[in-house]
Each structure stands twice: as structure tokens, then as C-alpha cells.
Design a protein around this ligand. Structure first.
Ligand SMILES: [Zn+2]
Length: 193
């Protein structure tokens, strides 16, 4: 496995990721450790890739008149810590030390409000299309680095649909959890040698 392109996390910033600031965050509650990664998918318009609309959406700069679908999400203020594009490029919108607004009403292992203690990672994608190999590769590299930076994460990796099952379906049936966990185990063991 090639060396990770993402060296480390420094002061809540993933070194090697493109940085675009989102205003949609606030402070985590005091003395809250990061202990979960939540995986999502998003595409704007749905199932269409590229175009930069997700980036604009997370910056509250999306022109709602561009597409009819955009009017259904008009005014929503959301974000994620990271977005992984179809090319595997990783964009960071919110410092990991802050609380990004990705999960909504949610619960993991009976602990509510996942935004308080999680890192949200969006994959550019949709529920009805496979993800790209480059996205799995970037996701695995990023998750491995995050687990080293925030050891309480361990194997606490969930989909949005796992923490908000009645409301959310992402990352969807095309997200290959077994492939992801297999690649992650390879990445983790290569780091030890
Ligand atoms: Zn989601």
C-alpha cells in the first residue's frame, strides 16, 4: 500500500487536505472527546457529480435558483468535517476540534447528539451508485490518521443511516463496508511495520 498522502492532524487540521472554511459549525460541548466517525454521501444535484455545488452548499453560497432540487434545501445550514470527491480529493470544511453540522438528530450506542462527539465524512456519491476506488483509498488513509489522532474512535465507524435510521439512508447499499474494513486493516498493519 502506498504511503498516505495525509501526514497527520495538527491543531484539528488534516495536513494534505484542501481547506475550505464553512461557517456551519460551533463548539463541541466542554470535555467531549472525539469518539466516532460518521460516513455519509451527498451529491448536488442528486446523483450528479462535479460542479462544485456541495462546496458552495457547505459555505452557504449555493445559488438556489440553479436547479429545482436546490430549492428543496434552500436555507439549510449544514457542513461536514471532510468531503471526499469522486477523484479522491479530500476537502476539510470544519476543524476537527469544532462541531460540524452533519448528523442531525441521531444516536450511537445510546449516546444522543452524534455531532457533539463525532467527525463527519461525506463521500461525493448517492445511494444508487457505486463509489470510486479512489474514494475508498482516501477514506481509508484519512480514517487511519484520525484513529491515531483521536484514539477513542477505535472501531466506532458508523453510517448516517446507522445513527439516524428512520430519517437517513446514506451512505447507502453501494457503500462496501467489508471492502472498507478490509482496506483499513491492511492500512493499519502496514503502519506498524
Ligand atoms: Zn448523511
Amino acid at each position: 500500500m502506498p504511503q498516505s498522502r495525509f501526514a497527520q492532524v495538527r491543531d484539528g487540521i488534516l495536513q494534505g487536505a484542501t481547506q475550505i472554511a464553512s461557517p456551519n459549525f460551533n463548539a463541541r460541548p466542554a470535555e467531549t472527546d472525539i469518539q466516532l466517525i460518521v460516513i455519509h454521501n451527498i451529491s448536488l444535484p442528486p446523483s450528479q457529480f462535479g460542479g462544485g455545488y456541495i462546496q458552495q452548499f457547505f459555505q452557504n453560497q449555493l445559488d438556489w435558483s440553479v436547479h429545482p432540487y436546490f430549492q428543496t434545501i434552500e436555507g439549510m445550514q449544514v457542513s461536514a468535517h471532510l468531503l471526499i470527491l469522486r477523484t479522491g480529493e479530500v476537502i476539510q470544511f470544519v476543524n476537527f476540534n469544532n462541531r460540524s453540522w452533519h448528523a442531525g438528530r441521531s444516536s450511537y450506542l445510546a449516546q444522543p447528539e452524534c455531532n457533539d462527539y463525532s467527525i463527519g465524512i461525506e463521500l461525493e456519491g448517492s445511494d444508487d451508485l457505486p463509489f470510486e476506488p479512489e474514494q475508498y483509498q482516501s477514506l481509508v488513509e484519512v480514517v487511519q490518521i484520525l484513529r491515531q489522532a483521536y484514539p477513542k474512535i477505535q472501531n466506532h465507524l458508523a453510517g448516517h443511516s446507522d445513527i439516524a435510521p428512520k430519517r437517513k439512508t446514506d451512505p447507502g447499499l453501494h457503500f462496501d463496508w467489508s471492502l472498507f474494513r478490509r482496506l483499513l486493516a491492511i492500512q493499519a498493519s502496514s503502519k506498524k511495520t
